[in-house]
Write a protein that binds this ligand. Sequence first.
Ligand SMILES: Cc1ncc(COP(=O)(O)O)c(C=O)c1O
Length: 349
Amino acid sequence: MSLVIDLRSDTVTRPTEGMRAAMMTAAVGDDVYGEDPSIDELETRVARLLGHEAGLFCVSGSLANLLGVRLLVEPGQEVLCDVQAHIARAELGAHAAVHGLTMRTFPSSRGRLDADQVSKIISPNAGPYLVSTAAVAAENTHNFGGGTVQDLGQLQGVGDLCREHGLGYHLDGARLWNAHAATGIALHTYGELFDTVSVCFSKGMGAPVGSVLVSSAANIARARVLRKRLGGGWRQAGLLAAACTYTLDHHLPRLVDDHAAARAFGEAVVQRAPSAADVMGIETNIVIIDTGDRPAASIAASAAARGVALSTLGPFMLRAVTHLDVTAAESAKAGAIVGDLISRSGGEH
Ligand SMILES: Cc1ncc(COP(=O)(O)O)c(C=O)c1O
């Protein structure tokens, strides 16, 4: 059947009419020659927003993370991150496979960074016997943690540790926009804590493609070379950059609507299945659903048969993500369907 409420991810959105119009009229040029005005505009604007000198437009968040981490970590060194980090779990080993660096992960509560915990495993300049830590990576908001917003004090605490030990500090900010929308903390307050920051426009912001890596001008010049080496140089991609710039003006201010829709979804779930979700724990646009003793895949299949698409994150765990293309009313309706399925053990189609 055709899916009516697609909550698998905030990446499923389609460009709006306004965005398509902005793309149609974008000024473009050959970006490998540094001649695309729409890309320049986006890179400059995002760097400024995040308190950095320069930006690099990339095809994906994975590429922006790959470059951002590589700027801070040499082959044979390690980056520390939490066990659920996107860079560790969902980038298909790229950091090791492409750049020859290792990752050491620490457990966390829903991806929350904890400076004490990080301080216990940092191992800089470890000599000839152990892998030397070169950087720490944070993720804000945290995807697999369920849209968790990192505590600013903890982010600062880890930043202090990094400075003290001469380590780099990377932020996977694919959904930093959502953290900013949830807390009101300025984007540059987050951005300035880090040496390198990646942000995405193809998640809640609703663009079809696009991420930006920001850092110092020298780092970005280096990242431009690394990107080209990976085949990531592009030409008149200002058409895509224009879509991303459009989101800053038109979609950033509405992310709070997605957060309200996620709460509406969660409330509808717990009305029917009280232990299936933690409404207080819904911080942004992601809801983690505990299916109890019902296999998550079976609940997801039943929900899909009723027109609600969810992601399966574990044997008893589902994820719903709200976005530009679903309303709060649709989210509540979807939550009711999912809650009913869990409460009646309704695995049957
Ligand atoms: C936290 C986080 N970082 C990075 C990425 C990677 O983005 P992309 O799919 O554009 O490579 C994602 C994708 O969902 C993500 O959730």
